[in-house]
Design a protein around this ligand. Structure first.
Ligand SMILES: NC(=O)c1ccc[n+]([C@@H]2O[C@H](COP(=O)([O-])OP(=O)(O)OC[C@H]3O[C@@H](n4cnc5c(N)ncnc54)[C@H](OP(=O)(O)O)[C@@H]3O)[C@@H](O)[C@H]2O)c1
Length: 281
C-alpha cells in the first residue's frame, strides 16, 4: 500500500492515477472530502499531514509514503520527526520526499529551513528514502491564469531571467518510479525541465497554446512580493524571489536526473502550457 500526501496538488493529481493504473493499492490523503476526480479503486483518507497523530492510522500497514508538504507546512508545524516516526510505526519501509533544489544550491536559505529539517528526518529514519529536489514548477504559471483570462496579460517579475522550470508531471513520474522500483534508495534527484525559459518566453508559449496574443508586463520585486503573498507563506517569498531574480549558476543548469530515471527527456514548458491551455482561456 502506498500513501500519497498532497494528493490533490500539482504533483499528486498526476501521481495518484499513475500509481493506480500500475495496479498499486493507493491511499490518497487530503484535508477535504473525497475529491470527485480520484480514480475508482483509490482509497481516500481525510487527514492533515501536519498532525502526526491523525496521520498514524492512515499510515498503518503502508509499505511506502509519498511525503509532500502543502502550503504552510513548508514554514511551520510539528517536528518532522513526529511524522517520520508515525510512518515507521505504521510499517512504512520507503519514503519519497518532495524537497527543493534550493537545498542543494542555497543550503542556508531561511525560507527552506523546514524542508531541510524534513530531509534530515527522512534521511535519519532508517527507512529507504529518496529525496526529490525540484526546480521551480511549470505550474507556478497558474498564478498568471486570472490575468490572462481577463486581459490577455502576464504580470511577472524578472521577465528575461531564464530558469529550467520542471513539469510537475515529470516529478510525479520520478516519484512513481522511486516508490515502486528498486535502485532509488538513498538517492537525491535534482529535477528540472529540459531547457531554461524566461517568464517572457513562458508568456509567449502560453499565447501560442491559446492561439492568441498575450502581453507581458514586468513587475518590480516589491510588486511581485505583494502578488506572491496571496498564495505563499511570507517566509518562502524572499528566497523564491532571489532565485527568480538573481539565480546562481547551479539554478540555471539543466539536470539530467529526469532523463536518467525515466529514460526519456524532461517535458518542455510548451507541453505543460498545451495541456493546461483551458485554464488560461
Ligand atoms: N512550486 C514550486 O516552484 C516548488 C519548487 C520546489 C519545491 N516545491 C515544493 O513542492 C511542494 C508543493 O508541491 P505541489 O505544488 O504539488 O503542491 P500543491 O499543489 O501546493 O498542493 C499541495 C496539496 O497539499 C494539501 N495540503 C496542504 N496543506 C495540507 C495539510 N496541512 N495537510 C494535508 N494536506 C495539505 C492540499 O490538499 P488538500 O487541500 O486537499 O488537503 C494541496 O492540494 C512544496 O513542498 C514546495 O515547497 C515547490
Amino acid at each position: 500500500m502506498i500513501v500519497v500526501t498532497g494528493a490533490t496538488g500539482n504533483i499528486g493529481r498526476t501521481l495518484v492515477p499513475l500509481l493506480a493504473a500500475a495496479g498499486e493499492d493507493v491511499v490518497a490523503v487530503s484535508r477535504r472530502e473525497r475529491p470527485a476526480d480520484l480514480p475508482a479503486g483509490v482509497r481516500h483518507a481525510r487527514a492533515d499531514v501536519g498532525d502526526a497523530a491523525g496521520m498514524r492510522p492512515v499510515l498503518d500497514g503502508a509499505d511506502a509514503l509519498f511525503l509532500l508538504l502543502g502550503g504552510e507546512l513548508n514554514s511551520h508545524g510539528e517536528s518532522p520527526r513526529a511524522l517520520v516516526d508515525a510512518a515507521a510505526r505504521g510499517g512504512v519501509e520507503r519514503i519519497v520526499l518532495v524537497s527543493s533544489q534550493l537545498n542543494s544550491t542555497r543550503p542556508e536559505a531561511p525560507s527552506h529551513a523546514r524542508l531541510r529539517a524534513f530531509e534530515a528526518a527522512v534521511r535519519g529514519s532508517g527507512r529507504d528514502f529518496t529525496v526529490l529536489r525540484p526546480s521551480g514548477f511549470a505550474s507556478n504559471a497558474f498564478a498568471w491564469a486570472d490575468a490572462v483570462r481577463a486581459e490577455r496579460t502576464v504580470h511577472a517579475p524578472f521577465g528575461d531571467v531564464a530558469l529550467p522550470v520542471v513539469d510537475p508531471a515529470d516529478i510525479a513520474e520520478v516519484a512513481a518510479a522511486a516508490l515502486r522500483e528498486g535502485g532509488h534508495a538513498g538517492r537525491t534527484y535534482e529535477l528540472t525541465g529540459p531547457e531554461a525559459v524566461s517568464p517572457r518566453q513562458q508568456a509567449a508559449t502560453i499565447a501560442g497554446a491559446l492561439g492568441e496574443e498575450v502581453a507581458f508586463v514586468e513587475l518590480s520585486r516589491e510588486q511581485a512580493h505583494a502578488q506572491m503573498a496571496r498564495f505563499m507563506p511570507e517566509e518562502a517569498i524572499g528566497g523564491t524571489l532571489d532565485v527568480l531574480g538573481v539565480p546562481l549558476p547551479a539554478e540555471r543548469k539543466v539536470s539530467g536526473d529526469v532523463e536518467r530515471v525515466l529514460g526519456r527527456p524532461a517535458r518542455p514548458f510548451a507541453e505543460w502550457a498545451a495541456r493546461h491551455a483551458p485554464a488560461f482561456r
